[in-house]
Design a protein around this ligand. Sequence first.
Ligand SMILES: C[S@@+](CC[C@H](N)C(=O)[O-])C[C@H]1O[C@@H](n2cnc3c(N)ncnc32)[C@H](O)[C@@H]1O
Length: 379
Amino acid sequence: MEFATQREALVAQLRKRQEVSEPVAAALRAVPRHLFVPGVAPEDAYRDEPIVTKRDGEGLPISSSSQPAIMATMLDQLGVRPGHRVLEIGTGTGYNAALLAHLAGPEGRVVSLDIDDDLIARARQHLAAAGESRVEVVCADGAGGYPASAPYDRLIATVGVWDLAPAWLEQLAPDGRLVAPLDLRGVQVSVAMERAGDHWVSRSVAPCGFMRMRGPSAGPEVLTVLRRDPELMLGLPEPRDIGDVAAALDAVPTEITIKEEEPTPAPAIAMNLSLWLALHEPRWCVLAADLGGRGVTMTAGLAEGGSIAVLAAEGSLVARGHGAGGARLAAELAAHVKAWDQAGRPEAGDLRVEAHQGPVDAKGVVIGKRHTTLVLSFR
Ligand SMILES: C[S@@+](CC[C@H](N)C(=O)[O-])C[C@H]1O[C@@H](n2cnc3c(N)ncnc32)[C@H](O)[C@@H]1O
């Protein structure tokens, strides 16, 4: 198949599951993704999948070309118009920067930053191979933004951020918009934020899952490998002593049935319930299991004192408690699921996020970050 046909097929595939605006679809049709992932077979470059391009010493992914579906979602959240000045944090392969340049047009300007100089050098080569000369790529910690070309009409982070850096808010034009995968106590959502007087407010929120920002502005979240082959990992929003949950997981669980017949697919429940737990329960955790080349499956739960309870949805929805306190944790997890159910099963898209630069007296869930205070509520 011709590459243009493969790109068209990718757009058609995305449009079966989500809305993709015509400008974003045109950018996806125009930019040759296969030139940004040179080691990858061209047909694989046009699948709706992330492509890992760099790993750290322990084998954890630290750079990738993100999944096209989430790139399209975030580009639509960003709303780049011809002539816009755009700053991207997280150049990676340079592909998203090229999409941004297409959207900003000949009168626009795109600057993209990455913390790794080898990635910047490669992105330059990819952009040149694709004939894209309108993007300036710079090796820098994205937390500082890029004052030399400010102000920006649009700023996008394509890497998970723990907080909104003051430099980004300063470098955005008065009616500018920022889109970033923002950490909410260990759960990420892609927020599109605009100024509203003295603070910032979300205009749209979408679920997402990005690798996290590295460097001094990295967040406190911890990922622990509990087992290898197959890999089982536990994620916590910040360091916390939870005891030996790996040993607890070997014990026979106590199971509580929450719902006999559960039609919602397990990944959607895990994602939406993670967000609910993150906002309502300090003991929440996420458990991720490697399916051996078939992706990663995730579930949400509670961990405390060497015990853990996690949710499973296999036809029926159940809470499984492991360890001495497992039965109690499973009952508490089941109670959270019922509260989430009674609240109408809110999801990321129902969330409203306010970001204040300084402390705030507000109703809702308040999360204090280094530079901002977030106030969250479900609509
Ligand atoms: C998911 S990749 C970005 C994908 C990219 N937009 C593309 O189209 O290929 C995330 C990138 O963020 C970069 N990154 C991590 N921490 C950073 C930081 N503090 N400042 C700038 N870039 C950072 C990583 O090196 C990685 O390349």
